[in-house]
Design a protein around this ligand. Structure first.
Ligand code: ADP
Ligand code: MG
Length: 251
């Protein structure tokens, strides 16, 4: 890992919200580096600062103090227009509520981010088809969201995040709307794409078990990273079952 390229560097990061007379230290001095190709989970109780941290990393909110460096660029120094462009080019999101377009089928949903990059139609469709194959949705390409299960919809969500080959994918409670069996299948899918595509993925969850699918687990409490758990031995063990899952899962 030491020889690897940093994907995200966080230095001395603070976010203080003022609520009336009181100050809430949502992030209270956070430092870490995430490397290219890593699957990291950020786990902590409700109110511990997970979403705040993810929002800072993705440039959705400005930190009170500190630095976030992605692909060598300082996120905290960018203005709103620069951030929009940066996110479009370097960042993918997976949402708890999937956020798919109801009137579009799977291919069109996955192709959508490429439209904003000015990719031509035939190229968009080809890329969307390839990513849908990768996430195991070969048979559902012309299905609209209402014609798919929750697990299938989130597979489309994963494919849509991947299609622009982003520097980093962020996921905030990506399985929050799924039952536990489907959640595990989506987690295994995310493990698979991280490994096969050397993709960097940062996932926030309040669920200690789901966090163990990651290579490293960042435990957050009261706006601070309490400890970083190296979980590579365990998460690789889980990988032994992925070939079976591909066969048995019909999400
Ligand atoms: P988590 O995602 O882990 O549940 P959050 O990052 O949403 O936690 O919140 C961390 C802390 O910051 C909580 O105490 C929350 O109430 C507070 N907080 C979050 N957003 C705001 C805001 N916009 N204004 C004031 N306080 C906030
Ligand atoms: Mg949250």
């Amino acid at each position: 890992m030491g020889a690897q390229k940093p994907a995200i560097q966080v230095k001395d990061l603070y976010k203080v919200y003022r609520v009336g007379e009181t100050k809430v230290r949502a992030l209270n001095g956070v430092d870490f580096t995430i490397y290219k190709g890593e699957f990291c989970s950020i786990v902590g109780a409700s109110g511990s600062g997970k979403s705040t941290l993810l929002n800072m990393l993705a440039g959705l909110e400005k930190p009170t103090k500190g630095q976030v460096i992605i692909a060598g660029e300082h996120i905290e120094k960018k203005n709103e227009n620069q951030l929009v462009k940066f996110r479009r080019e370097h960042i993918g999101f997976i949402f708890q509520s999937f956020n798919l377009m109801a009137t579009m089928d799977a291919v069109e949903n996955v192709a959508l981010p490429l439209t904003f990059q000015g990719v031509g139609r035939s190229e968009r469709i080809k890329k969307a088809n390839d990513v849908l194959d990768l996430v195991g949705l070969q048979k559902y390409k012309d299905h609209r969201p209402t014609q798919m299960s929750g697990g299938q919809q989130q597979r489309v969500g994963v494919a849509r995040a991947l299609v622009v080959r982003p520097e980093i994918i962020f996921a905030d409670e990506p399985t929050g709307n799924l039952d536990s069996k489907t959640s595990e299948e989506v987690m295994r899918l995310m493990q698979k794409v991280v490994r096969e595509q050397n993709q960097t993925l940062v996932m926030v969850t309040h669920d200690n078990h789901l966090a163990t699918y990651a290579d490293r687990i960042f435990h957050i409490k009261d706006g601070k990273i309490e400890w970083i758990e190296d979980n590579r031995a365990n998460s690789l063990e889980e990988n032994d079952t992925t070939t079976n899952i591909k066969k048995e899962s019909n999400l």
